[in-house]
Structures are given as structure tokens and as C-alpha cells.
Design a protein around this ligand. Structure first.
Ligand code: ZN
Length: 398
């Protein structure tokens, strides 16, 4: 079965070590710690990743920490302030003009399953050992607005550039795609969350960039005479003011019960862009819903059709634009309901059409067709689901 974009993670996150300041100190002192870089695009503000285009497919640049003394010094300063911020309420972001997140460690460098499958030099395979754990640590650094970092990268690396092009992103290797998604989602969350929702004070990224803490230290007397934080968020026991947010989205490929037709839709917003573009059905999960109930609601709202009970939840995929979890499903419409399609309930789609499964199979497998419709890009979850429902239909008929 296809590996969905971003779903093949090779890093062990060691989430329990994020708050261990001695560990983070050792990460920024270890020569083979790797850094990946992001920055905000100057045109649309989206986060771009620093990638090499030397080979046919782009590859994220994983810069070893010992590659440049100035970069090493900047990271050392970050670790020092990160440590200080866990004990006090200083705002790291007021002291540094870059953001850093500890992503985890690659425990199997040099193997097929590793982020670093092709490293041959032994120094590039060196692993940090901390207590009973070891691996190559990876940190994500957002250098948006930091001219010093940008200049350093320009000086020391050839053939790499910041990119957020969807074609580049979808051409990353499955392992790079997972690192890209993971890092981008954390950095985007940090960029968008600057203030405490409880008291409006600034929040500071602590625990190596994975927790936001309110910096308001004001206290008052609680009902039992104890001293408590004035900020209603900070006084709770779990005071991560804002956990990284994940927005689950269901994406559904639809077939008829006979197994010879596939229903696809054309999005009304795409009208001017490409009239030939057809895709699956999708929508955000709402509070109080299960995956299946979202599938049933979304299909009905977008097509007017009811589904049979055999909804298959296929696979999930992180999708970092900005923080989605795509849940891929296949649904079968109720027998005899095919002709009752309508786009007039939520009006999200402006055209629905049943296609012959063999016609879709021709497009999916790159065989010549009349070119009347276009499907989502290969590698996207929508494409993979359409491919799966096509295979499903063809095998049903056999
Ligand atoms: Zn607060």
C-alpha cells in the first residue's frame, strides 16, 4: 500500500527529553547534531524549507552543527536561554531573533529507514549518547527575519534554496516529507501563537520549542489562602497555554455499490483556476463527531448521497498546511441512489460526476485518455485514495 505523504517518520521524538535541560545542552554541544532551516516566504508568508536541488528530487539540508562555528555559537546561546526560561518567566523570543525546536533523534543512521540513509563518513554517522539513549539529534530552526543566519547559509552552502513549492514538497522522499511536515507544523504553531489566551501576556516557547508558557508572574491569594498565579491559564496544573493544534480532516473517495463508477467533484472555488480538476470529498471534523459520522455528514452535505455502512478508514496522513491530520476513507453509496446527486446543500462543489472506473484507472495509471479531466497530483492523499477506490472497483468486478 502506498505511503502517504509525511506518514513515514524515522525520528524518535524522545518527547520526555524535551524538558531535560542537560540533554538539550548536550545536543547543542554535539558536533553531528543536524539543523534544518525554515523561513517565512517574502511573498505569501508561508514557511519555506531549505532544500538542496542537486539531484532530481529535492532533499532537505541537514547541516551538521560543527559545519560553522558561528551557527554553533547561536545554538549554544539558544540552549542557555531555553534553560533559563524553564526556571523563570523570561520570554525567549525577546532575547533571540530565531526560533528552534528539538525534533528528536535518528537512531539508525546509515540504514534505509534513516533520515540519513546515504551517509558514509563515520563522523557523519556519529550518535549522541545520553543516559541509555542514542542517535543523531535533529533541530528545526526558523530564521525568518534573521539576516545573520541567512548570510551564513548563503556563504557556506551551494545549490540549496528555500522552497515552499508544492511540486518540490511532494517530491521529497517519504522520510524527508515526514520531517518536513513535523517541523513545519511546530514552527507554524510557534509563529502564530504569541500571546496567552488567559491574560494576554506574551508566551515563551520552552522545552526546546515544544511548549508555550505564559510569562505573567503576577500572583494572588487563592480561596485556601495559598499563593496562586493570577493568570487563569498559568494556574492550572497542565499549563501549556496552547498545545500544538491538530485539525483532523476526513477525505473520502466514493464508489457506487455495483463497483463500476466513481464519483468525483469539482470545487466551486476552483472555477476560474481549472475547470477540468476533479477530486475526492473532504471536510473538517467537528466537535462531538466520530470519523465515520464526519464522513457521512460531509458526503451528504457535498453530494446529497447516503452511504452504506461499510465505510473503510484507510490511513491517516499529517498535512502541514497548516496543521491538518488527513484521514483517508473509502465510502460506497447506497444502492440505486446514484442519480440523486446534488451540489445545492452546502454549495462547496459546483459539479459532480460519476466516472467509469476504467476511465479513472486509465488516468491513474498514466494510460492515454481524452484529457477531459485532471486528478490531484500523484503523491497527494487525494490521488492515492482515488487510486485505491479504482483498484477496489476493478477487483470487485472481477
Ligand atoms: Zn497568561
Amino acid at each position: 500500500m502506498a505511503v502517504f505523504f509525511g506518514a513515514r517518520s524515522s525520528l524518535n521524538r524522545f518527547s520526555f527529553l524535551r524538558s531535560n535541560v542537560a540533554f538539550i545542552r548536550s545536543v547543542v554541544a554535539f558536533p553531528n547534531t543536524r539543523l534544518i532551516f525554515y523561513r517565512k516566504s517574502q511573498t505569501d508568508g508561508s514557511l519555506q524549507v531549505y532544500a538542496s536541488k542537486k539531484s532530481s528530487n529535492p532533499r532537505i539540508v541537514y547541516l551538521p552543527l560543527d559545519y560553522n562555528e558561528q551557527i554553533k555559537a547561536l545554538l549554544g546561546r539558544w540552549a542557555m536561554i531555553n534553560e533559563e526560561a524553564t526556571k523563570s518567566s523570561i520570554n525567549i523570543r525577546r532575547r533571540l531573533n530565531f526560533t528552534c525546536v528539538f525534533l528528536g533523534m535518528d537512531e539508525n543512521p546509515g540504514t534505509k529507514e534513516s533520515v540519513f540513509p546515504e551517509e558514509h563518513e563515520s563522523r557523519h554517522l556519529a550518535r549522541l549518547t545520553f543516559e541509555k539513549h542514542s542517535g543523531i539529534p535533529v533541530l528545526a530552526v526558523d530564521i525568518s527575519g534573521n539576516a545573520e543566519f541567512q548570510d551564513l547559509l548563503d556563504k557556506i552552502i551551494d545549490d540549496a534554496e528555500f522552497t515552499s513549492s508544492i511540486t518540490d514538497i511532494l517530491n521529497l522522499s517519504p522520510i524527508d516529507a515526514a520531517v518536513f511536515s513535523y517541523a513545519r507544523m511546530y514552527l507554524d504553531w510557534l509563529l502564530k501563537n504569541q500571546f496567552c489566551p488567559g491574560c494576554g501576556s506574551s508566551v515563551s516557547p520552552i522545552w526546546a520549542g515544544t511548549k508555550l508558557q505564559c510569562t505573567n508572574e503576577e500572583k494572588e491569594v487563592g480561596k485556601d489562602g495559598e499563593s496562586i498565579f493570577k493568570c487563569p491559564v498559568r494556574r492550572t496544573r497542565v499549563n501549556n497555554v496552547c498545545f500544538p493544534r491538530i485539525d483532523p480532516v476526513v477525505i473520502i473517495a466514493l464508489r457506487n455499490s455495483k463497483g463500476d463508477k466513481i464519483l468525483l467533484g469539482h470545487n466551486a472555488r476552483r472555477k476560474q483556476l481549472d475547470k477540468r480538476f476533479f477530486s475526492c470529498f473532504s471536510g473538517f471534523m467537528e466537535l462531538g463527531e466520530t470519523i465515520r459520522s464526519t464522513v457521512i455528514r460531509e458526503v451528504w452535505e457535498e453530494t446529497g448521497l447516503k452511504l452504506k455502512n461499510n465505510i473503510k478508514i484507510i490511513k491517516s496522513q499529517p498535512w502541514p498546511f497548516p496543521a491538518n491530520l488527513m484521514i483517508g476513507c473509502i465510502g460506497t453509496t447506497e444502492e440505486g441512489s446514484e442519480n440523486n446527486i446534488t451540489t445545492h446543500l452546502d454549495c462547496e462543489l459546483d459539479h459532480l460526476e460519476w466516472f467509469d472506473a476504467n476511465y479513472i484507472a486509465d488516468i491513474v495509471y498514466g494510460r492515454p485518455t481524452d484529457g477531459r479531466i485532471k486528478l490531484p497530483q500523484k503523491g497527494s492523499v487525494a490521488f492515492e485514495l482515488i487510486k485505491m477506490v479504482t483498484d477496489d472497483c476493478i477487483s470487485t468486478k472481477l
